[in-house]
Design a protein around this ligand. Structure first.
Ligand code: TPP
Length: 331
């Protein structure tokens, strides 16, 4: 959780300084969901993520250096700098991708679970999705098929109380989003998403069901994002007091206090962990900043289609557009 907090806090700062292209959607405040869930998984279980995916990637064990490089658009990044913040993927880590399309993760999770089932493998898939994504048509299709075919998949809703600037109560009539599970005849469970242990227990149980051939579980974790929807969001839809109330339940503070009370962690150890992580993320930023940009002739690599357009014409046009003042400058 500390690594995610530091990674996203620093990514937000670097974005504000204009170093990072595109958008960043930060996971600050929601760490207990991603970490509690991934800690309940086996290493070869699949996950699918969302546009707010940095925390899921770190919880699944991805390397912050290669993640930061991807966010900076560098060639060393997980997708050679072509995906950016919203499209970090690492199939070797069974991390099937962050996703810029809201609700696009669950169909991938159901698909992965279908392949597991057909190959007779001993693993599961877990799909993270937001409260806004619950209203997406493709999410219904994915959950319905997974339920009908008893596939080994867990759907984990991160209810952070808003879809962009729209409160959950203005998006859904259902009191709890987990209540929608009844329509699929699967268990629907509501947990405190600010409590890493509660999330971990719910996912452990859901994983067991999935492995026993009992099909999917829909879990709703009640959580909160401490930052805006994206960096630069004016946050006119909520007041400071509400944010402060949720900050009092910071999942890192409450969990570390609990560990210290139980003598399982000392203040000193916590301080050392924080320092080590600060250095690790600082190194990741330096690494990303100094990494190479992809070159124009790499633009058509890593594609499903083999058709290569006139690359010389592309480079000529790119050079004509380059103003020398933007990152990359003359090709
Ligand atoms: C299909 C689709 N519709 C709309 C958008 C624009 N959009 C990006 S994030 C977002 C809100 C998603 O809310 P939620 O699923 O609750 O996730 P959160 O941002 O709260 O983590 C929307 C509407 C999109 N990316 N994809």
């Amino acid at each position: 959780m500390l690594t995610i907090r530091e990674f996203d806090t620093r990514a937000g700062e670097r974005f504000a300084d204009g170093e990072i292209p595109g958008f960043v959607h930060l996971y600050v405040g929601e760490e207990a969901v991603g970490v509690g869930a991934c800690a309940a998984l086996e290493e070869d279980d699949y996950i699918t993520s969302t546009h707010r995916g940095h925390g899921h990637c770190i919880a699944k064990g991805l390397d912050p250096k290669l993640m930061m490089s991807e966010i900076y658009g560098k060639r060393d990044g997980y997708c050679n700098g072509k995906g950016g913040s919203m499209h970090i993927a690492d199939v070797d880590s069974e991390m099937l991708g962050a996703n810029g399309i809201v609700g696009a993760g669950p169909p991938l999770g159901t698909g992965a679970a279908l392949s597991i089932s057909q190959k007779g493998e001993d693993r599961i898939a877990l799909s993270f999705l937001g409260d806004g994504a619950v209203a997406q048509g493709q999410v219904h299709e994915a959950v319905n098929l997974a339920s009908t075919w008893d596939l080994p998949v867990v759907f984990l809703i991160e209810n952070n109380q808003y879809g962009e600037g729209t409160a959950v109560s203005d998006q859904h009539n259902a009191k709890n989003l987990s209540d929608t599970a009844a329509a699929y005849d699967i268990p629907g469970i509501n947990v405190d998403g600010m409590d890493i242990t509660a999330v971990n227990e719910a996912v452990t149980e859901a994983r067991k069901r999935a492995r026993n051939g009992e099909g999917p579980t829909l879990i709703e974790a009640e959580t909160y994002r401490f930052h805006g929807h994206f960096e630069g969001d004016q946050e006119l839809y909520r007041d400071e007091e509400e944010v402060e109330d949720w900050r009092k339940r910071d999942p890192i503070d409450t969990f570390s206090e609990r560990l210290i009370e139980r003598d399982e962690l000392s203040e000193e150890e916590l301080g050392e962990m924080r320092e080590d992580i600060e250095m690790e993320i600082e190194d990741a930023i330096e690494y990303a900043k100094n990494a190479d940009d992809p070159t124009p002739d790499e633009a058509y690599e890593d594609m499903f289609s083999q058709r290569v357009p006139d690359i010389d014409l592309f480079v000529e046009q790119a050079n004509a557009r380059a103003d020398g003042g933007t990152r990359g400058g003359e090709f």
